[in-house]
Design a protein around this ligand. Structure first.
Ligand SMILES: [Zn+2]
Length: 500
C-alpha cells in the first residue's frame, strides 16, 4: 500500500482547526440540543485505557441508571419487565441483564410510541408532522418544548423503522467520531469531506451547507445514487477544499475511487490523512482499493441509525466496541459464559435517550474476540462482523458462508483481475446466481475456476448459474448490495438454502 507523505499543516490551518474544533463546532451543536460533545470526547479518551474490570463496572452503573429510568419513563419496557416479573433492582450484574428479552425490529415498528419517554409524548406528534426531512435537527432544540427529531432506518426487507432522537445520540456519535480521529492523530476541527447526501436532492447552493463548511469545517457531498457527474463534482470540490478526512458511505467512497482509477485521476495535490467508511461493511478488496487510491489509512464505523456508532476500527485493525456507551452481546448466551459467536448481535444503549434501545437485534451476525488488541486499548473487540443476517448463507450441513467469502472469491483471489463487479443472488430451490460484469480478460476458464472453487467450498447440490451483464442495477433503496436474498424468510433469520 502506498501511504503518501503528509504535507505539514500551516499555522493558519491550525488556528482554524482550533477555533472550529474547540468553539464553533460544539457551540452550534449546543443550539441543536447536542450537548457536551467535547466533554464526552475527553472522557472517552481517558476511559479507553481503563482496566477491563473498571470498564465493566462503568457499564454496570450506567445500565442500572438506564433500567431505573426506562422502568418509570418508558411504558413499553415497564410492560415487558412486568411480564417476566423483573424490577430494575433484580439486575445485580451484567449477566443478570440477559434475562431481559431481546428487542426485534418488528417490536419497534409495533410499539414505537410506547418506547418513547412519557415526557416527550407531545413532541412525537410535532416530530411526525414536521415538514423537514427525517433526521434533520431542530434549530434551537435545546430551548424548545418540542425537540424530538423523527428518523427512519430501512431494514433489509424494506419496512422502515421509525425512531426519535432529541440530539443525545447524535452528540454521542460526534464524540465517538472525534475519538476515532484521535486514534489516527487528528484533533477536533480538522477539515472533512462527507459523502452522505442523496444526489438528486443535493442543492447546488445551500445556506445550510455553507454554514456547515464555515463553522464545522465539514463539506457535505452527494453519497447516494451517484453518477460519473457526481463523482467529478465531488472530486473537484475535494481538490478545492483539501480535507484531511474523507468520510462517506462505503459504496460512495469505493465508487469515487473506482471513478478516479477509470479516468486516471490522482488525489494529489490534496492529501487526505484518513478515510472513514460508514453504513456498510468494508470488505478486504474495498479497503485495499481505498488505501491505494487515497494513499492514507482507512477505517470503518459500525452501528446503525437507531443506536449510533457502536464500534470503530482502530489503526491495529481491531473493531473496538464503544464500551462506555454500549453493551454488545451475542444472542443465545446461556447462564454461564457469554457466547462469543457466531451469533445475532444485541446492542444496548447506555446513554440517555428519549427512545432507548435495549438488547436490540441490530440485524448482523458477528463473533466476539477473546484476545486483547495490540493497540493497548482495553475496549472489547468484535472479531468479525459476518454481515447482515439475511446476507449470511446457511447450508444444509449448518455451515455459515458470509459475504466476505464471495468478495474473496471474486475480488481478491486469482479471478479478481477478470471481474469488474459482481453480485450474488440467493434463490429458492437450492440455486445461487452470480451476476458478473466481466473484464476483457474474463474467459471460460475463469468461470470454470470459480465453479470449482464453489464446489470445493460447498460440497453439496447447489446449482450455480452465471449471468454476464454490463451493469448491476441498484435496488429501489439506491443500494447496490453484494448479496441479494430472494429466499422467502423472516428478517431475523439467516439465508438458508432449501431442498428442491
Ligand atoms: Zn486496537
Amino acid at each position: 500500500m502506498a501511504i503518501q507523505e503528509v504535507s505539514p499543516v500551516s499555522i493558519v490551518d491550525e488556528i482554524d482547526q482550533f477555533l472550529v474544533g474547540q468553539i464553533s463546532f460544539p457551540a452550534v451543536n449546543y443550539f441543536l440540543n447536542r450537548k457536551n460533545i467535547l466533554g464526552r470526547y475527553r472522557k472517552l479518551l481517558a476511559s479507553e485505557r481503563y482496566s477491563k474490570e473498571a470498564l465493566r463496572e462503568l457499564q454496570f452503573q450506567k445500565l442500572q441508571a438506564t433500567l431505573r429510568h426506562v422502568f418509570v419513563r418508558n411504558p413499553y419496557y415497564a410492560m415487558r419487565f412486568k411480564e417476566i416479573g423483573l424490577v430494575p433492582e433484580d439486575v445485580r450484574s451484567l449477566e443478570d441483564f440477559r434475562h431481559v428479552p431481546p428487542l426485534g425490529r418488528q417490536d419497534v415498528i409495533n410499539h414505537r410510541l410506547e418506547m418513547v419517554d412519557i415526557r416527550y409524548r407531545n413532541s412525537v406528534v410535532s416530530a411526525d408532522r414536521a415538514s423537514q426531512q427525517p433526521g434533520l435537527p431542530v434549530l434551537f432544540g435545546k430551548f424548545r418544548r418540542h425537540k424530538l427529531v423523527r428518523n427512519t432506518s430501512t431494514g433489509s426487507t424494506g419496512t422502515p423503522t421509525v425512531f426519535y432522537d432529541d440530539g443525545a445520540t447524535t452528540a454521542l456519535n460526534w464524540a465517538h467520531e472525534l475519538r476515532l480521529k484521535s486514534w489516527f492523530g487528528l484533533p477536533p476541527g480538522v477539515k472533512e469531506a462527507r459523502m452522505t447526501g442523496i444526489s438528486t436532492l443535493y442543492p447546488p447552493k445551500s445556506m445550510r451547507r455553507s454554514i456547515r463548511k464555515a463553522f464545522w469545517n465539514q463539506m457535505v457531498l452527494p453519497g447516494i445514487f451517484l453518477s460519473d457527474c457526481d463523482y467529478e463534482f465531488s472530486l473537484q470540490n475535494i481538490y478545492d477544499f483539501r480535507p484531511r478526512v474523507l468520510w462517506g458511505y462505503t459504496p460512495a467512497l469505493t465508487g469515487l475511487a473506482r471513478y478516479m482509477q477509470r479516468v486516471n485521476k490522482d488525489i494529489a495535490p490534496c492529501h487526505p490523512e484518513l478515510v472513514i467508511s460508514w453504513a456498510a461493511p468494508l470488505y478486504e478488496h474495498e479497503k485495499k482499493l481505498l488505501t491505494e487510491v487515497f494513499g492514507c489509512p482507512v477505517t470503518n464505523l459500525y452501528g446503525s441509525r437507531e443506536v449510533g456508532h457502536v464500534a470503530m476500527l482502530c489503526p491495529h485493525g481491531s473493531m473496538h466496541v464503544n464500551q462506555e456507551n454500549y453493551i454488545v452481546e451475542l444472542e443465545g448466551a446461556g447462564a454461564g459464559e457469554p457466547k462469543t459467536g457466531p451469533g445475532n448481535i444485541l446492542v444496548t444503549q447506555l446513554n440517555e435517550s428519549p427512545m432507548p434501545f435495549l438488547r436490540y437485534r441490530i440485524g448482523d451476525l458477528a463473533e466476539i474476540a477473546q484476545d486483547d488488541c495490540s493497540c493497548g486499548r482495553s475496549l472489547g473487540v468484535l472479531k468479525s462482523v459476518l454481515g447482515r443476517i439475511g446476507d449470511v448463507l446457511k447450508t444444509k450441513d449448518g455451515r455459515l458462508t458470509e459475504p466476505a467469502f464471495w468478495c474473496h472469491a471474486f475480488m481478491v483471489g486469482r479471478q479478481s483481475q477478470d471481474v469488474e463487479k459482481f453480485q450474488v443472488v440467493y434463490r429458492p430451490n437450492n440455486k445461487i446466481l452470480f451476476r458478473v460484469i466481466p473484464r476483457a480478460s474474463f474467459s471460460a476458464q475463469t468461470e470454470a475456476d470459480l465453479r470449482s472453487l464453489m464446489e470445493k467450498h460447498f460440497q453439496s447440490s447447489i446449482q450455480f448459474d452465471f449471468e454476464y451483464v454490463s451493469e448491476i442495477k441498484p435496488q429501489p433503496s439506491g443500494k447496490c448490495p453484494i448479496v441479494v436474498n430472494e429466499i422467502a424468510q423472516k428478517e431475523e433469520t439467516v439465508g438458508e438454502l432449501q431442498s428442491r
